[in-house]
Ligand binder design. Structure first.
Ligand code: GLC
Length: 680
């Protein structure tokens, strides 16, 4: 039996994360105790005293959730800070990434879920200061705290997902493979990429346009020199079955005569400082203003701007830099340059050098800047730092709401870098600027279930890694995980090694690997749609499904994907295989391609399984099946192909195959479900 308790503390800000009306509780908050604590992030003796909510952790307690974050599936033993941050170094020492996903479940002596609907900074100490204490410390006690109870972790997660509303559903083509790179400059660069894929027979459905396509990094412009006839080029790509997906950034360039800037100024749609002047930050184009996406009218205006690209044939977007990232603010830069001038010819000692370095490095994303501008939340003027975590949500909501109006019949692809729970209804997210590190392949895997818990189903990492130089084996192994993630995109940073699949020696392997993705689409798409429509997780930790199995409970490098399979990718360089635990008998499926499949039934237990670089291995659960088909070069090509079945059914079993045309929105139409049966 599930139960939801809502405690409204102080004056919470409306975030619209929760869509169900939950009455406020009057009684005392269960599980937690209020305690006066020293603010821990400062880690100095002069930290200020704060009220914290404390839960006494038992040794067996595990903590799941927190969406996009570093470290394990079990979040116990580290301190997290809910504070959307543009930080490309996702090392385990970090406490925040781009998203603020304040939902977690404690599973142990007592099992319950907690959602803190609070858009400001929030410290979640998951047993860091004291190993036996979970400590919640918001900057201010103005929040809605939800306690969720249920029969199991899965039950609690499902209840949570129901109250936050249905997860975003992208068009079907967005499940195809996409190639991206910061640095594709012009039409010819894009044609080269498409040719590279098509000539090597490697499937591809989209190419992403990074900031290079814009005119001087201005949102809703296209550089005419490099893309002289954009609609024609979009159409040319469509003929090749390629969708172009342009990036949109949060900052709007300050430039007289630039329509977006002029309209924003005239209507007062940008965030302002206390004196009423627009806040000036800087990002790619230099100085920018930030649209006040927390204001309904401004949001509507900004959303409508996407029409400029939709009208030219574009059907998908990625929203970026929307924490929002600030390279520097006009004011801070001025003050800093003054200080630097005063330091000229100075003989700096250690302390002064450190201070100097911190001052310059600290120009970006400075807390004082976030505290210096304001939103007009439909009549209430509120300082940005109190609602910081809502900005990416607001920007993506602007797009999502506009798409409903501009293209009511059609699904449009949209995913964002920054997010807050609630945004999962409007778009997906990608996992931001990772690195070509083996550890980030594993981090990618671990984030998947945590994100699913918070409603984010359409997600994936930059395959191959964004920063640093990838190696061919890392890309192959990473793609072997990526073939299962809803967003499957290879993306890399400017200046890094070229990492399109055809740049490597073994293009044949990439062709087969991505071919497996396309071949397994009937399963991948069905499982995605069912997870979204039934508020379920697509990727599950073993602990959620085999809660009584103490081995399964410890495993953090294998996941269940959908109802039928378990995945266990290789994430170690030079490994020829890996250890895998089967919590029940399973059928091992070894694919060299979607046509070359071997299977073997294995009993429950521990195994070392060899997995060569040119293989994908996964496991089918008992009495389950996996529909698949032949591969194709693009999604439309596989739409009508015959459905085949892989299964581990000894009695009789049924599978609900979800099939629709992939762009319309009549999701609940019962005709989309076809029941497949196996009888032995
Ligand atoms: C940010 C994005 C990255 C993009 C780059 C240039 O770093 O996270 O994906 O390539 O900006 O737009």
């Amino acid at each position: 039996m599930s139960k939801i308790l809502r405690y409204s503390i102080g004056n919470p800000i409306k975030t619209e994360a929760v869509v169900q009306k939950i009455p406020k509780e009057k009684g005392e908050l269960p599980y937690f105790k209020y305690v006066q604590k020293m603010e821990v992030t400062k880690q100095t003796k002069d930290g200020k005293e704060q009220d914290s909510l404390v839960y006494k952790l038992n040794c067996e307690d595990k903590i799941y959730g927190l969406g996009e974050n570093v470290r394990g599936i079990n979040k116990r033993g580290w301190i997290y800070k809910s504070n959307c941050t543009d930080d490309p170094n996702h090392t385990e020492t970090k406490s925040s990434l781009y998203g603020a996903h304040n939902f977690f479940v404690i599973d142990g002596k007592e099992t319950f879920g907690v959602f803190l609907d609070y858009p400001g900074k929030l410290i979640l100490d998951m047993g860091y200061q004291r190993m036996d204490e979970l400590c919640i410390t918001p900057e201010e006690w103005n929040l809605d705290l939800y306690i969720l109870e249920g029969d199991s972790v899965l039950d609690i997660v499902k209840t949570f997902r129901q109250i936050i509303g249905r997860s975003y559903i992208p068009p079907k083509w967005a499940f195809g493979f996409g190639q991206s790179r910061w640095g594709y400059q012009n039409e010819e660069d894009i044609r080269t990429v498409v040719r590279g894929y098509r000539e090597n027979g490697i499937p591809l459905d989209s190419v992403y346009l990074d900031i290079d396509y814009m005119e001087q990094f201005k949102d809703f412009t296209v550089d005419e020199k490099h893309f002289p006839n954009f609609p024609e080029f979009v159409e040319e790509m469509k003929q090749e079955h390629i969708h172009l997906v342009p990036i949109i950034d949060a900052g709007v360039k300050i430039e007289e005569g630039y329509e977006v800037y002029e309209e924003g100024i005239q209507n007062g749609f940008f965030c302002k400082e206390q004196d009423g002047k627009e806040f000036v930050g800087a990002v790619w184009p230099g100085k920018v203003h930030f649209p006040d996406v927390l204001n309904k009218r401004a949001r509507k205006w900004f959303g409508k701007k996407y029409k400029y690209l939709l009208a030219q044939g574009i059907e998908g977007f990625w929203n970026d830099m929307n924490e929002p990232a600030i390279f520097y603010s006009e004011k801070k830069l001025e003050a800093t340059l003054k200080k630097i001038k005063a330091m000229e010819n100075k003989n700096m000692d250690m302390w002064e050098v450190f201070a100097f370095r911190d001052m310059v490095m600290g120009l970006s994303n400075h807390p004082e800047d976030y505290a210096s501008f304001y939103h007009d939340m439909d009549g209430t003027i509120i300082c940005h730092d109190k609602v910081h975590n809502l900005y990416g949500y607001g920007m993506t909501r602007a797009a999502g709401e506009a798409f409903e109006e501009l293209e009511p019949e059609k699904r449009i692809l949209i995913f964002s870098r920054s997010s807050y729970i609630g945004m999962h209804r409007y778009g997906g997210i990608w996992m931001g600027d990772n690195q070509s590190w083996w550890s980030h392949l594993l981090l990618n895997l671990k984030m998947l279930p945590s994100l699913n818990m918070c409603g984010f189903l359409y997600t994936g990492a930059d395959l191959g890694g964004f920063g640093s130089n990838v190696t061919e084996d890392l890309l192959l192994r990473w793609m072997a995980l990526g073939i299962f993630t809803p967003l499957m995109r290879n993306h890399a940073a400017l200046g890094t090694r070229e990492q399109e699949c055809y740049q490597f020696t073994q293009t044949e392997l990439f062709r087969k690997l991505i071919g497996i993705r396309y071949g397994m689409m009937p399963y991948i798409y069905s499982e995605y749609m069912k997870a979204a429509l039934n508020h379920e997780m697509l990727f599950l930790p073993l602990a959620f499904v085999y809660p009584e199995d103490r081995h399964a409970k410890e495993i953090e490098d294998q996941l269940l994907m959908g109802e039928s399979i378990m995945i266990a990718p290789v994430y170690t360089q030079n490994a020829t295989g890996r250890y895998i635990y089967l919590p029940e008998p399973m059928k091992l499926v070894r694919m060299k391609s979607i046509e070359e499949i071997e299977t073997e039934i294995l009993e429950q237990g521990h195994y070392y399984i060899e997995i060569a670089l040119d293989e994908v291995v996964f496991f089918i659960r008992p009495e389950k099946m996996v529909p698949y088909t032949e591969s194709g070069q693009y999604m439309e090509e596989i739409q009508e192909k015959e459905i085949k079945l892989l299964h581990f059914v000894t009695g009789t079993a049924e599978y609900k195959l979800y099939q629709d045309n992939g762009y319309e929105k009549d999701y609940e139409n019962p005709n989309h479900i076809k029941k497949l049966h196996v009888e032995n």
